[in-house]
Design a protein around this ligand. Structure first.
Ligand SMILES: [Zn+2]
Length: 80
């Protein structure tokens, strides 16, 4: 059995399926061998997007994470 292998689109390194980071956007798969390469790619993607859209998306997602943290904390304090 041949293991499926992906190629990092940032640095070209090959890695086995199940490792690294794979993001599917639209019809395509974007494959990164490490978090570092994924971050490098995403940083450049952000530069390509209109700033007002980026600002909105960042605010929305950071609010979501803030809410998740608050929910976790309230769950924790209830269980004590
Ligand atoms: Zn890489």
């Amino acid at each position: 059995m041949v293991k499926e292998r992906y190629e990092c689109i940032v640095c070209g390194r090959k890695f086995p399926k199940g490792q690294g980071i794979v993001i599917s956007i639209g019809e395509k798969l974007y494959t990164f061998h490490s978090k570092g390469c994924a971050l490098k790619f995403l940083r450049r993607v952000i530069e390509e997007i209109e700033l007002s859209h980026v600002i909105k998306a960042f605010e929305k997602v950071s609010d979501e994470f803030k809410k998740e943290q608050e929910e976790k904390q309230s769950l924790r304090s209830k269980s004590i």
